[in-house]
Design a protein around this ligand. Structure first.
Ligand code: ADP
Ligand code: MG
Length: 179
């Protein structure tokens, strides 16, 4: 059984519903178990064209899938959730990336490109902040620093703010009856 950490991002359509979709579908995937998930953050897009704010989070998985099979599975989920790839770093209904898979260091070009650890995780605040909700004392396998240390040293100044699920999703608000 391996431990993998995924990054979640969405900035088109119902972003919170995309998060629920990702969590439930991953948990229902044979050989995968969601063992943790971060808070959600509303974040400023970094790179790419001008586009709406993202919702970002991180997911901890226990899995029996190989890294390649896990990548195929998350791409299938992106596709099922209406993801198209027209613009590099453009807006998307669902983006799932593998940040880490145990302490594996990989650089595969075929059949699908797969780089582990995810090469841009350490310079993106919107990735490190949710990851640190899950475990800030884990060490990055090649950089030799913990995720918490990487977050403190992260040069990315773009905004990453806690997302208020309830107030932005009236349908999910608890029932409050006025007297
Ligand atoms: P990004 O997430 O960088 O905005 P995409 O989601 O469109 O871009 O992914 C582009 C490519 O990145 C995919 O073809 C995928 O095979 C490759 N890739 C390489 N390493 C990883 C990884 N660790 N997690 C997810 N995708 C990866
Ligand atoms: Mg991706």
């Amino acid at each position: 059984m391996s431990q993998a950490y995924l990054a979640f991002g969405a900035n088109l359509g119902d972003r919170f519903q995309a998060w629920m979709f990702a969590l439930s579908q991953l948990h229902n995937t044979p050989g995968c178990k969601v063992v943790g998930y971060s808070h959600l953050y509303e974040t400023e897009p970094v790179g790419g064209p001008e586009q709406p704010m993202f919702l970002n989070g991180a997911i901890a998985l226990e899995t029996e899938l190989s890294p390649e099979s896990l990548l195929r599975r998350i791409q299938e989920l992106e596709h099922q959730h209406g993801r198209t790839r027209d613009v590099h770093w453009g807006p998307r209904t669902l983006d799932l990336d593998i940040l880490l898979y145990d302490d594996l260091v990989l650089n595969l070009e075929a059949p699908l490109p797969l780089v582990l650890p995810h090469p841009r995780m350490n310079d993106r605040r919107f990735v490190l902040q949710p990851l640190c909700d899950l475990a800030s004392d884990h060490k990055h396998p090649t950089l030799g620093r913990t995720w918490g240390e990487l977050l403190l040293a992260c040069p990315d100044t773009s905004s990453v703010l806690p997302y208020r699920e309830l107030s932005s999703h009236p349908g999910h608000e608890p029932n409050v009856t006025s007297s």
